[in-house]
Design a protein around this ligand. Structure first.
Ligand SMILES: Cc1cc2nc3c(=O)[nH]c(=O)nc-3n(C[C@H](O)[C@H](O)[C@H](O)COP(=O)(O)O)c2cc1C
Length: 173
């Protein structure tokens, strides 16, 4: 099972739009994927689901994570790194059944010039620590507000080419 993690809880995020694009394009390439948006996390997660506690609200989310063997993380750049909510989510998920010896592809996006190169590197370190194997081809999309058309699709040739290449390699990964 493939799950695309929309790695922010910000309402109206570009991250969720990119996650939806990846889901649509993966289907066209022959792979079904679900989306888990971090905006669906329980709002009081830091009180109810860290350090061994588990709430009823988090159980269906944990169930999705446990059943997933391949993750695609769409990761926005927040203050030069990945969002804090993504680390809280990783810390809240059960160990080791959540990520250990599973696979991931990483996509960085930003409104600025760098497409979250640093944040994706930071998150790669976390992935390595938890034995989540990262596809070598990582994608960085700067100026993301100029990348999606009115239907939520990438339209620039290079963006389509490299995101397609990543998705094809991830299906084989
Ligand atoms: C808290 C916060 C910090 C941000 N920091 C950066 C940054 O360091 N560099 C950058 O290029 N964009 C930054 N942005 C802009 C996001 O990259 C931009 O909103 C982009 O659309 C991806 O985030 P989104 O999915 O929340 O829309 C920041 C946005 C927020 C909400």
């Amino acid at each position: 099972m493939i799950t695309i993690i929309s790695s922010t809880n910000r309402t109206g995020s570009s991250t969720l739009k990119v996650a939806q694009y990846y889901q649509k394009r993966l289907r066209e390439l022959g792979a079904e994927a679900g989306i888990l948006s971090l905006s669906d996390l329980p709002p009081n997660l830091i009180e109810t689901d860290l350090y061994g506690s588990r709430s009823e609200a988090f159980e269906p989310i944990q169930d999705i994570v446990t059943r997933t063997h391949k993750f695609i993380f769409i990761i926005p750049e927040y203050n030069g790194s990945y969002p804090g909510i993504l680390k809280v989510f990783i810390d809240a998920c059960s160990f080791p059944e959540s990520f250990y010896e599973k696979k991931a592809a990483l996509v960085g996006i930003s409104s600025g010039r760098y497409g979250n190169i640093r944040g994706v590197d930071h998150f790669t370190g976390v992935c390595h620590y938890i034995h989540l194997h990262v596809l070598p081809l990582k994608i960085h999309i700067p100026s993301v507000h100029k990348e999606l058309d009115a239907n939520g699709n990438f339209f620039k040739d290079d963006t389509i080419k490299y995101t397609d290449e990543q998705m094809r390699k991830f299906i084989e990964f």
